[in-house]
Design a protein around this ligand. Structure first.
Ligand SMILES: [Zn+2]
Length: 189
């Protein structure tokens, strides 16, 4: 059986997120507005006008809280994973989706530094994935093999994988810039 928690070197950036980019703050703000008036390092409720679009639902392996279209997209992603890699689907969990806070970046010495900008989790369009209850350590330039497999499904659905961030964040998946624009164009947002 595949060891989905095996730590492997992070994949070459040219082999993942092909044609996809992380959504720009300006695009998130233009399409959904500002999640809150101010942010800290802790999760706080979304108070912006798009909060009416935030739902809590099962996406298959777990329940999560996010923007309705993104939650529906996760359902489709995990339905495919369940069909094709059921052993992996069985160990997928989450560390959360919507969380209005500043970006947190793990430093080489293990401390967490707060970024200046709000995290994309503030818009309810990003999800952190656990495998068998374990979180992939941010910034070690390695990732669980199972996350690499999952990334194929996320990328195919137009989600960006955080493994390619300057500080590797392999647990993190978010709706890509082009997907966000397409959803807007199609009237889904
Ligand atoms: Zn994240």
């Amino acid at each position: 059986m595949t060891n989905f928690l095996e730590l492997i070197a992070r994949p070459d950036p040219s082999t993942v997120n092909v044609g996809l980019s992380s959504p720009k703050l300006a695009t998130l703000r233009r399409i959904l507005g500002e999640p809150r008036a101010s942010y800290t390092g802790e999760c706080q409720p979304v108070t912006g006008s798009f909060k009416k679009r935030i739902v809590t639902k099962s996406v298959g392996p777990f329940r999560c809280t996010g923007v309705d279209v993104a939650v529906e997209a996760l359902k489709d992603i995990f339905a495919s994973v369940k069909r094709e890699v059921p052993d992996l689907h069985a160990i997928v969990g989450t560390a959360g989706m919507t969380c209005a806070r500043k970006v947190k970046i793990r430093q080489p010495n293990g401390t967490i530094k707060l970024g200046r900008n709000p995290s994309n989790h503030s818009w309810g369009l990003a999800v952190d994935i656990k495998l068998n209850g374990a979180l992939d350590l941010q910034g070690d330039k390695k990732c669980f093999r199972g996350l690499l497999i999952l990334s194929r499904y996320f990328n195919a659905a137009g989600w960006f994988w955080g493994v390619s961030f300057p500080t590797e964040d392999a647990m993190h998946f978010e709706v890509a810039e082009s997907t966000l624009r397409r959803w807007k164009k199609d009237g889904k947002l």
